[in-house]
Structures are given as structure tokens and as C-alpha cells.
Design a protein around this ligand. Structure first.
Ligand code: C5P
Length: 233
């Protein structure tokens, strides 16, 4: 090991993206600030992020009109110590890039997490970090797909039926060696997750076990499901 490697900064940085509009939820406010059991989704997500072992830096990417943490919408959100808030962009990729740029340089592992996956358990964060530390360039949590999935053309005609056993529905937090994610964002755009950008660079991305509780709150039914989970029902 070189002297540089021995003294290289280590720590986990988490970018929590919370800048989406939440149009599909129809709550009249950005989704991450919609109340769940009386507190914004973002508050629940950050409670878990604060418990990630080895945590060094947290960046919350907020809607540009809500980047002031003194605003009433932030009531019920506890920022992890030292966390910073930056405004997001038009697309999720833009928001992740803004968060990445604000991350403490001492972080060598970066997790990107959707605030909308507000009940993702800390055990998933640990699995992802451990797999990156074990050498993976990129790691995503995934769950088996229960439906048969079809690919279709522009007319809706089926063009293929992938073998279901080879499919995974992927979630966040997604974890990366920092330099890999930075290179991916420097070159790519238009992907629905960060792993896709890393895949485009030719890196292997490993899937570890996700968790049903890491579902993304998208609709009113999802919000009701989250309320039931918190109530233990
Ligand atoms: O829109 P969707 O539900 O897929 O967004 C996933 C996550 O990305 C959410 O937590 C949302 O707040 C965030 N996002 C963002 N900036 C955008 C779009 C989405 O931070 N422009």
C-alpha cells in the first residue's frame, strides 16, 4: 500500500435527493415535504441516514424554492449533524449532480438515496456500503420481480419477454466509489438511476438484497401503505 492509499480520506457521504415536484401524488407540495404520520417524508428518510455507520457527510437536495431550512415546510425534519442543503435541478440527474458537487471531499464512498423511499431500513444502507467497501464500483439494492415483464414498441406491440428470473426491480440507496460516480455524472445524462450512468461507463454494478419497505412513495395509495407500516398494521 502506498503512503497516499494509507492516508486517503475515508467516509460515507449520502446525497438525499428531495427536489422532485411530486405531481403524481397531487398533494400540492413537493413530495419529500408531504406529511407521513405528521412529519415530512424527508424527515423519516434522514432519521435513517443519520444512523449509517461511517457517515461523514450528508447533502440534502431540495426544491429551489425550499432550500431555506427555516421555512415552515421543514418542521419535523432533523438534519444530521453537519448536513448541507442545496437546490436541485430540473431532472433527478441534475439534482444528484448538484448534491455530489457539495459533498465533503473526504468521502470515498457515496450513496444516493431518494427521499421518497423514506422507510428504507438502515440494514440496506449497510449492505450497500459493505459491498462497495468490498470492491464493487457500483451497488444497487434490488428485489425479485413478481410480474412477467414485456418490452413493447411505440405501438404497444410486444417485442420481447425477458426471463423473469434475470430481472430485479432496483431501489435506493445506490452506492458507488466516489470517483466512479463523479465520472459517470461528468459524462452522462438522461438516466432514471445513477447505476445506469455507471453501467454506461462499462463498470460492473452489483445487486444486493433490497427490502420491500424501500418502496418509493409515488401515489396516494403508497402514502397510505407507508402510514400503515409506521402504525405497525
Ligand atoms: O420523480 P421520482 O419519484 O422518480 O423521484 C425520485 C427521487 O428523486 C425523489 O426523492 C425526488 O424528490 C428526487 N428528484 C429530485 N430532483 C428532480 C426529480 C426528482 O431530487 N428533478
Amino acid at each position: 500500500m502506498t503512503d497516499d492509499a494509507r492516508t486517503a480520506p475515508r467516509g460515507v457521504g449520502v446525497v438525499v435527493v428531495a427536489a422532485g415536484s411530486g405531481t403524481r401524488l397531487g398533494a400540492g407540495m413537493p413530495k419529500a415535504f408531504v406529511p407521513l404520520a405528521g412529519r415530512p417524508l424527508l424527515g423519516w428518510a434522514l432519521d435513517t441516514v443519520a444512523r449509517v455507520p461511517g457517515l461523514r457527510s450528508v447533502v440534502v437536495v431540495a426544491p429551489s424554492g425550499l432550500a431555506d431550512t427555516g421555512a415552515p415546510a421543514w418542521a419535523g425534519v432533523t438534519l444530521p449533524e453537519g448536513a448541507v442543503v442545496v437546490p436541485g435541478g430540473a431532472e433527478r440527474t441534475d439534482s444528484v449532480a448538484a448534491g455530489l458537487a457539495a459533498l465533503d471531499p473526504a468521502c470515498d464512498v457515496v450513496l444516493v438515496h431518494d427521499a421518497a423511499r423514506c422507510l428504507a431500513p438502515v440494514a440496506v444502507f449497510v449492505r450497500v456500503v459493505d459491498a462497495v467497501r468490498a470492491g464493487a464500483a457500483g451497488v444497487v439494492p434490488g428485489v425479485a420481480v413478481v410480474d412477467t415483464v414485456k418490452t413493447v414498441d411505440a405501438r404497444g406491440v410486444v417485442t420481447g419477454t425477458p426471463d423473469r428470473a434475470t430481472l430485479r426491480a432496483v431501489q435506493t440507496p445506490q452506492g458507488f466509489r466516489r470517483e466512479v460516480l463523479e465520472a459517470a455524472h461528468a459524462g452522462g445524462a438522461g438516466a432514471t438511476d445513477d447505476a445506469a450512468l455507471v453501467e454506461q461507463l462499462g463498470h460492473d454494478v452489483l445487486v444486493v438484497d433490497g427490502d420491500p419497505r424501500s418502496f418509493k412513495v409515488t401515489t396516494v395509495d403508497d402514502l397510505a401503505h407507508a402510514e400503515r407500516l409506521l402504525a405497525g398494521a
